[in-house]
Design a binder for this molecule. Structure first.
Ligand SMILES: [Zn+2]
Length: 269
């Protein structure tokens, strides 16, 4: 299991991400190496039932995961696995971590411990600080099975427009791009969902995640986006796109939405 990272963010619902976290814990510790996770060895079964000694769960204490909880976690983080190869620490609803808690955890993510794997389960990347995000491999389980619905040529065109926003001052033809986006006949909601998936993909590339890209066919563009933007910028961009998605859902002015999107994307760079 040498190819496992020391820290992950699993994105998606609590149920789905927990299933995936347990699968990773089984893969790391299964007694049948060739079949890992075999699902039937004692280790796999006890992990499945959440009673394995090398499985540590941290849940929010009330509304948030507090710094005291993270401090406690850091203290045991250096302990050797009791019986398995890796100790697995699962932080549930990791986005509820207070800022101090995240900063405390950051130090541990910077100095990985060979026999420990930290998994943050979250459905809200925006609440995590970018320095934490950039030290974790992201696996996005929220978009499982999601296939691009817009035509390829249109996706390419939108992606090209977005690339222009990555360089400050490059949007000279700002109005032209806004008009181009406004003229697209498809539903604005689908276009924005696509834009979100594009930035999500860029984030995956940026954090060296081996997870499959949603927009595999646009890989060159995604790598370009990834090379021009920092993790912090991508998170801010995602925030902004979600805002415009909200505007679309409340039937905002189409031109204004695209204007705000492009303007905002350029501003966060
Ligand atoms: Zn097993």
């Amino acid at each position: 299991m040498n190819n496992l990272s020391h820290a992950y963010i699993f994105l998606g619902t609590e149920e789905e991400t927990m299933v995936q976290a347990l699968k990773l814990a089984q893969t790391a510790n299964c007694e049948n190496r060739e079949l890992a996770p075999c699902g039937f060895c004692s280790t796999c079964q006890r992990i499945e039932s959440k009673v394995h000694p090398d499985l540590v769960n941290v849940y929010p204490d009330g509304a948030s995961i507090k710094i005291e909880q993270v401090r406690k976690l850091i203290l045991i983080l250096t302990e050797k696995p009791v019986e398995g190869t890796k100790k697995i620490y699962i932080l549930h609803e990791a986005h509820t971590m207070t800022l101090q808690a995240q900063n405390a955890l950051l130090k541990s993510l910077e100095d990985p411990i060979a026999e420990s794997i930290v998994i943050l389960l979250s459905n809200n990347l925006k609440q995590l600080i970018s320095t934490v995000v950039s030290r974790c491999q992201i696996r996005d389980f929220s978009k499982l099975g999601l296939k691009p619905t817009l035509p390829v040529s249109l996706r390419q065109k939108i992606a090209d427009i977005l690339l222009h926003t990555t360089q400050k001052g490059e949007i000279i033809e700002f109005g032209v791009y806004v008009k181009e986006l406004s003229d697209i006949d498809e539903r604005s909601e689908e276009i924005l969902e696509f834009v979100i998936s594009l930035y999500r993909d860029a984030l995956l590339v940026k954090t060296n995640s081996r997870a499959a890209l949603i927009n595999k066919d646009l890989e060159p563009v995604i790598y370009k986006l990834g090379s021009k933007l920092s993790v912090g910028t991508i998170l801010k961009a995602l925030d902004l796109i979600h805002e415009q998605l909200k505007a679309v859902k409340s039937r905002g002015n189409k031109n204004l939405i695209w204007y705000n999107l492009l303007m905002g994307l350029e501003e966060v760079v």
